[in-house]
Structures are given as structure tokens and as C-alpha cells.
Design a protein around this ligand. Structure first.
Ligand code: G4P
Length: 176
């Protein structure tokens, strides 16, 4: 485990909890947020894609925003967060629906056509990758825009997919 992964692992052990498949991180990642840790996580995920051409980072409100900002800061590019409610001022938009198994509800994600442009190269970022429904909806939005998804970067990958860059996987959290 690299030093950043080790640090996150220790924080989960000391300040969080693992309750079956649900990881409690709301004292440092997604309710109260440690900006220093978040920046280290962002730097680590940035390193994994540093050689790739990335125009923008894309995430979903709300917990994805902090890690998207941290990664984007290292690239020096903007980040977009898909909204779960369409503001009246958003007249032309891309939209896709995502079903959350964790929350047992469907949500429509909206991105304005003004911020996501054809042929742009995007990196998807999020705090957790679980069933992948959020990422799938973002893929659909990117496709609607005629842009390209270059890769996926998350803090904790709870799935079996290995094409996703992450700091920790469930194997790290449930050793043996
Ligand atoms: P998916 O997007 O990969 O399909 O996963 P799923 O539907 O299961 O997860 C949806 C929501 O649950 C996400 O938040 C995600 O951050 C959160 N989540 C998933 N697994 C965990 C976990 O182990 N611990 C915690 N604390 N959260 C988890 P969201 O609905 O987008 O809402 P928000 O909290 O970002 O506003």
C-alpha cells in the first residue's frame, strides 16, 4: 500500500467504520472534510493520469466535488459537477438517470451544454464507486456531448472493476 493509501486506511480504522459493505467516512471525507488529506488523495489520483491529456474533470454533486476539485487543481483544469436538480437558468442541457442501490432511488443528473463541449477529454472522479450507476449516467452525458471519457478515478472502489483507478479497494479494507 502506498503512503497515501496507508494514511486513508488508518483514518478509516481510527475515525471511521466499516459496516458490512458501507464505509463510514463522514469525519474526514464526505461530511466534515479534511482538506489536507483530500489534497493528498487528489495528488495521488492526478499522478495516475498525469501523462494523459485531460481537459476537464467531471463528477456529481455533492460528495464527489471535493475530490474532483483536488484532482483538477493538480491538473490546472476546471471541474464540472453534474447537478441533481436542474436550475431554471439551465436551458440547454444533457441529462441521464442513475439508480442508486445504496439509496434505492433514481436520480436524474444534469449538465449544461455551456460547460461540456464536443471533443473534450474528461476524467470522471468520485468518492465511491459502488454499483457504477453514477459513472454510467456520466458516460451517457459525455456521449450526448460528443466528448470522450478518458478514465475513472475514485477514492474507494467497492466494485470488482479493475479499470478504475482508486486509492483503496475492498480487498485493502477486508484483508484476508
Ligand atoms: P454507484 O453510484 O457506484 O452506482 O453507487 P451507489 O448508487 O450505490 O451509491 C450512491 C451514493 O452512495 C453516492 O452518494 C455514494 O457516494 C454513496 N456511497 C456508496 N457507497 C458508500 C459507502 O460505502 N459509504 C458512504 N459513506 N457512502 C457511500 P450520492 O447519492 O451521490 O450522494 P452524495 O452523498 O454524494 O450527495
Amino acid at each position: 500500500m502506498n503512503p497515501v493509501a496507508q494514511e486513508l486506511y488508518q483514518r478509516i480504522r481510527r475515525e471511521g467504520a466499516i459496516d458490512g459493505k458501507v464505509i463510514k467516512v463522514d469525519r474526514f471525507l464526505n461530511h466534515m472534510v479534511d482538506p489536507v488529506l483530500m489534497d493528498k488523495l487528489g495528488a495521488e489520483l492526478y499522478d495516475r493520469f498525469a501523462e494523459r491529456k485531460i481537459d476537464k474533470i467531471i463528477t456529481v454533486e455533492s460528495s464527489g466535488i471535493m475530490i474532483a476539485q483536488a484532482i483538477a487543481g493538480h491538473f490546472g483544469v476546471p471541474f464540472i459537477y453534474a447537478k441533481k436538480k436542474r436550475p431554471l437558468t439551465m436551458q440547454e442541457f444533457y441529462a441521464a438517470s442513475s439508480y442508486s442501490f445504496t439509496k434505492q432511488e433514481s436520480t436524474t443528473l444534469y449538465v449544461s451544454q455551456e460547460v461540456l463541449l464536443p471533443r473534450e477529454r474528461l476524467l470522471f472522479a468520485d468518492d465511491f464507486f459502488a454499483a457504477g450507476s453514477t459513472c454510467k449516467a456520466i458516460e451517457q452525458i459525455i456521449e450526448q456531448a460528443g466528448a470522450t471519457l478518458v478514465g475513472m478515478a475514485v477514492i474507494i472502489n467497492k466494485s470488482d472493476r479493475r479499470d478504475i483507478e482508486s486509492i483503496l479497494t475492498m480487498d485493502d479494507l477486508e484483508p484476508g
